[in-house]
Write a protein that binds this ligand. Structure first.
Ligand code: G3P
Length: 225
């Protein structure tokens, strides 16, 4: 089970990497453009923050398979470490996934709305597939159900491909995809922060502290002495 940060905001990535057990960072063109910085220095800065062992996902934007392959080779060379190329599941995208598998460049098939898109990408050699949970639900579909069916299909047919569920608007969706068999989810910084927040936890902690201080003083060192 892994949680990725779905953001290119360096401050958020620094904080979440310091505090939480995150496995890496996923980006997409929108996420990068939102930071209003040149994309390559920004990606290198993110790589510097997370280190070479954590995964960094970067999306290719070419339409033709040959262009996607060139972009993937460029990004893999420019961003040493565990860099994975995100490729949308179009026909050209699936062809690019096949070509990159021959070069041992890892790929994630993205913008997945149906179970069979995920299956084709996995058969083509994608290491990861990303169903777009909330976007499916915005279309009246069942994003968690699609993720569950992908998990069943990958497992039943022994396909060596991991689900990184994406596109969430609330924690319940994230929890549901994990319960449905997704190995991983990529989540925006604000939702990751919400995973730990609960008002009763804060009030319980404050009560414990108050009682402690009433009996022993400011902190633990007081009684050790
Ligand atoms: O990783 C894909 C994800 O960023 C899409 O999320 O919230 O734009 O639907 P969203």
């Amino acid at each position: 089970m892994k949680i990725y940060i779905d953001s290119a905001n360096v401050k958020s990535i620094e904080r979440l990497t310091e505090y939480f057990p995150v496995a890496g960072v996923t980006t997409n063109p929108t996420i990068l453009v939102n930071e209003k910085k040149p994309y390559l220095p920004l990606l290198k800065e993110i790589r510097g923050v997370i280190g070479g062992d954590k995964a960094l996902f970067v999306q290719a934007i070419g339409n033709k398979a040959e262009d996607i392959v060139k972009e993937a080779e460029f990004l893999a060379e420019q961003l040493p470490g565990k860099t994975i190329i995100k490729i949308p599941v179009t026909d050209e995208g699936v062809k690019a996934i096949k070509l990159l598998a021959q070069e041992q460049i890892e790929t994630l098939a993205t913008t997945i709305y149906t179970p069979f898109q995920a299956v084709l990408a996995a058969l083509a050699g994608a290491s990861y597939v990303a169903p777009y949970v909330n976007r499916i639900e915005n279309l009246g579909g069942n994003g968690v159900g699609v993720t569950a069916e992908i998990a069943q299909l990958l497992q039943a047919h022994g396909l060596n491909c991991e689900i990184i569920a994406a596109s969430f608007k609330n924690i319940h969706q994230v929890q549901s995809v994990f319960l449905s068999g997704a190995e991983s989810a990529t989540v925006s910084p604000d939702l990751i922060e919400k995973m730990i927040e609960f008002p009763s936890t804060a009030t319980d902690v404050a009560d414990f502290k108050k009682q402690w201080q009433g009996a022993y003083g400011e902190n633990c060192e007081t009684i050790i002495d």
